[in-house]
Design a protein around this ligand. Structure first.
Ligand SMILES: [Zn+2]
Length: 292
């Protein structure tokens, strides 16, 4: 496509936004804008039969919307020395600690000057892919017992057997029962009484941590719950709401009023959680993006 070079007056798309890219599509039925934070682009999808002049007017009418979306690209937080990462709402600075060892070590410092920080001991500079891999497994370590505790609330308050083998972790990376209960908040006695009448999920949930592009979680009928690893950058109430949402789907595979009632009951703070995800959810995508 030579669209960029065939610019006629009034069709300079880059004047609308430097991030705007035009894509002609044989399959598309209508004009659409697609934001892709990973590639720092907003794609204007143009059906074959639509003129560029029409496409230009369409994009122009969304100029503010595009600016709002791409403004977030500028606040990208690359995985490099000094970047502050909010790990479940608590700031943790990414630190590169040079070492002569050929082996890279990544851990949350439990003590010392970098207490609470995410340290990367490495002979070379920080490799973003290594940090991402570490954070994915950390997200799994934290969110799996979190999900299980919530599922236990609807399995007649019986605990599922801990049949998963805990991974080897540093002290700071494991989660204690007390921390977990603090994460979840305490459920009201009224809910505990009602919990026995809620249908049991047909299966014990299995958690998969994924890199999801357009949603934060999903729940398959088989009981497999998928959560985005990026929830690690959300405050506790927000991640808690997403987990509650997917766990509630173990019982109700729909968004019926009964689903929402249960979702609310399983959430630590449903209103605050949903509000945060609605307002700030897209910001979770900026972590790990290369700087502008
Ligand atoms: Zn849902």
């Amino acid at each position: 496509m030579a669209l960029a070079t065939s610019v006629t007056p009034g069709s300079d798309f880059s004047a609308i936004s430097p991030y705007l890219q035009v894509r002609e599509s044989a399959r598309a039925k209508r004009l659409a804008l697609r934001v892709e934070p990973q590639s720092r682009c907003v794609y204007l999808v143009v059906p074959q039969r639509t003129s560029l002049a029409t496409a230009y007017q369409f994009a122009l009418s969304y100029k503010d919307w595009i600016a709002d979306k791409t403004g977030k690209f500028l606040h990208s937080k690359p995985f490099e020395d000094g970047t502050v990462l909010p790990i479940f709402g608590e700031d943790s600075t990414l630190r590169h600690i040079p070492t002569s060892s050929a082996r890279t070590k990544i851990y949350f410092a439990a003590e010392g000057p970098y207490k609470g920080d995410l340290c990367v001991e490495s002979s070379e500079s920080i490799v973003p892919a290594r940090v991402e891999k570490f954070l994915k497994s950390h997200a799994h370590r934290i969110m799996e017992p979190w999900m299980r505790e919530k599922a236990a609330l609807i399995q007649n308050l019986r605990k599922p057997a801990p049949n998963h083998s805990p991974r080897k972790t540093t002290a700071a990376a494991t989660i204690s029962k007390a921390d977990l209960l603090r994460l979840m908040g305490i459920k009201s006695p009224a809910f505990k009484a009602r919990a026995t009448s809620i249908p049991k999920p047909t299966s014990t949930p299995i958690l998969k941590i994924k890199d999801m592009k357009s949603r934060w979680g999903s729940c398959a009928v088989s009981g497999e719950i998928s959560l985005s690893w990026r929830l690690i950058f959300a405050p506790i109430v927000a991640a808690d709401y997403v987990i509650a949402h997917e766990v509630a789907h173990l019982v109700h595979h729909n968004h019926s009023p009964s689903f929402w009632t249960l979702c609310r009951e399983l959430s630590r703070d449903f209103d605050e959680g949903t509000r945060w995800m609605k307002r700030h959810g897209s910001e979770l995508m900026v972590y790990g993006l290369e700087g502008s």
